[in-house]
Ligand binder design. Structure first.
Ligand code: NAP
Length: 250
């Protein structure tokens, strides 16, 4: 069976997988949402922009004769992941999710766990503090109800629109980040509180390790629920699934 893989991307792991697929001489395409101005090179042909919901993705899978889908999106990209489960079920295309285990709280961590972005916004209804808000550009507007804080924001692209916070500082950087550099960042900006998604993985962990070292509290946003699907935690395991699936003829 000739492979024609679709990788739903937007993460370092998906990019690593794309390189490995290209090196293995397999055919594939990486799909990005198209939100980042200059995406990192992906190693495989790229398509960009939404598919148009479940029906749009199912249509794309049929029209381009995709044989396998690997969902390598971020754990908070819940809509895309749910759509992939539904569209693959509808078309009979095998689906694997390349996922990262969530971060676990250790004895030296001071986490305030919240179920979602709204929970983090509610937690920030407190006296003014110096806050590193590491939730990504798409969610910043939701934090407008708490303009009393001085916010440190780290974004992949400079903000295109004015930010809803009177006091803020933007660092443009796409990582991966290191604990030592984030220790310096948090110290230089006299940060008192970090807000983070529980992204898992190593690249985004640096700020959590730095917060631990400084004894800072972290408002940790739990992951959204995603329908059950087959999962692998490494590029090697994902490739093994792909080879196994093609050998079985599925
Ligand atoms: P989302 O809320 O799950 O997706 C919203 C819609 O955006 C989807 O329904 C789909 O539109 C489109 N979309 C999302 N990912 C896509 C992809 N890889 N290819 C084509 N269309 C895509 O997703 P999100 O949280 O906005 O994330 C968007 C992208 O940024 C993803 O590639 C994700 O891996 C990456 N990312 C997200 C985060 C995060 O914290 N959420 C962090 C780092 C990177 P249609 O319904 O029209 O198909």
């Amino acid at each position: 069976m000739t492979v024609n893989l679709l990788i739903l991307g937007g993460t370092t792991e998906a990019r690593r997988l794309a390189s490995a697929v290209a090196e293995a001489g397999l055919r594939g395409t990486v799909s990005l949402a198209g939100r980042v101005e200059r995406p990192a090179p992906q190693g495989l042909p790229l398509r960009s922009g939404g598919f148009g919901g479940i029906a749009g993705l199912a249509g794309y899978l049929r029209e381009t004769a995709v044989t396998h889908v690997i969902d390598g999106t971020h754990p908070f990209a819940a809509q895309m992941s749910a759509n992939a489960v539904a569209a693959c079920a509808e078309t009979g295309v095998p689906l694997l999710a390349l996922t990262r285990p969530a971060w676990e709280q250790g004895p030296e961590d001071h986490w305030i766990r919240v179920p979602d972005i709204a929970g983090a916004v509610a937690e920030l209804d407190r006296p003014a503090a110096r806050v590193m808000l590491a939730v990504g550009r798409m969610h910043l507007a939701e934090f407008a109800p708490n303009p009393q804080h001085a916010y440190l924001l780290r974004l992949v692209d400079p903000p295109a629109e004015p930010l809803p916070f009177p006091e803020h500082h933007v660092v443009v950087d796409r990582g991966p980040f290191t604990r030592d550099a984030d220790l310096k960042l948090l110290t230089d900006h006299r940060i008192e509180l970090v807000v983070s998604k529980n992204a898992g993985g190593s690249g985004a962990r640096a700020k959590i390790d730095a917060a631990r070292a400084l004894g800072l509290p972290v408002i940790m946003i739990d992951r959204p629920a995603i329908p059950p699907r087959a999962e692998a935690h490494s590029v090697e395991a994902a490739l093994a699934w792909l080879h196994g699936a093609t050998e079985r003829g599925v």
